[in-house]
Design a protein around this ligand. Sequence first.
Ligand code: HEC
Length: 305
Amino acid sequence: MFGAALSMSMFITLVMPSFNIFSVGSTALALDKQLTYGFNSGWNPDDMFLSGANKPLKVLLKQDPQTGAATEPVHAYVFPVNARFPSGILHPKVLGAGSDVLSVEQGKINEASEAQGAVFLVRHGEHEGASYPYIENATATRGWTADAVLHAAGDANTSHAGAGKTIFVREGCWWCHTLLPEQTQDFQYFGAPPYLGDFNGESPTAFGSDRKAPDLLHVGSRNSSKEWMMMHFFNPRLVQPHSIMPRFDYLWGKTDADGNKIDYAAWRKEFVQYRNGERITPPEVPNYRSDSEIRYLIDFVLNLK
Ligand code: HEC
């Protein structure tokens, strides 16, 4: 009896699914997500403590990195030396029909090397009469190097959303928040649900399993204020007095942007005085260092458009 039940369940799990994942074509968003987040945002042997190391950077480029001439702004995805490539670059089939051929033939993604670093772009092209998004390896096609592109963009136009997603996974934001709005009455506020092809090669998707808090898939479209995010992450009660969201002030680290030590105990004492009506203004939230975990996390949240 047990044998029969086991065979039946193996049959259902292994044989019956006729759905061919490679037939799902990537949307341009799936390519953007792969190139923003890199190989794997969850636990993996390259980043055992989920620090967000070896992740790509998404930059807004407003000038040609070689000549310095002004150009139409374009997003470029910079993989410094040894940043792991996402599965779509390693296994182009993952990109789905059309996008895979264009990415290899026109985009030259198979010439990219993790050991040397690479810069990618998301493009649109034609294949057998239909239009598909594809990935271009700008290091092979245009001679753009990771260093030159980072330098041309500058820190202000550089997003650490890739490292930030790892922090989102590590901190368990998904215990309360989803990244999957439903087509219900909150559609107009929380934005459109995603398409199937938005997920090719993304790992993990961080959908969340339970919703105790607002869906965050499009949060950067409804709230793009870095200052609000700083206050809310340092102590959510600064902006939402009854919030159940925990503080994430420790992601600032030991020092602020000017190198001064952050005195968390003194800050909380002043905040309690403010909450009790003993002072008029709340204490100021420290500016974060550009290499702090909170910068990575805020870059990730604001990139959720
Ligand atoms: C215990 C549950 C809980 C956890 C864990 C949690 N949050 Fe929240 N979060 C909330 C609740 C409840 C709200 C709505 C009230 C508020 O704004 O504080 C919220 C609001 C937000 C908002 C504003 C949403 C909007 O619609 O404008 C953002 C952004 C956010 N959280 C990000 C995060 C991130 C990133 C993490 C992980 C570092 C996190 N949260 C962890 C419960 C949580």
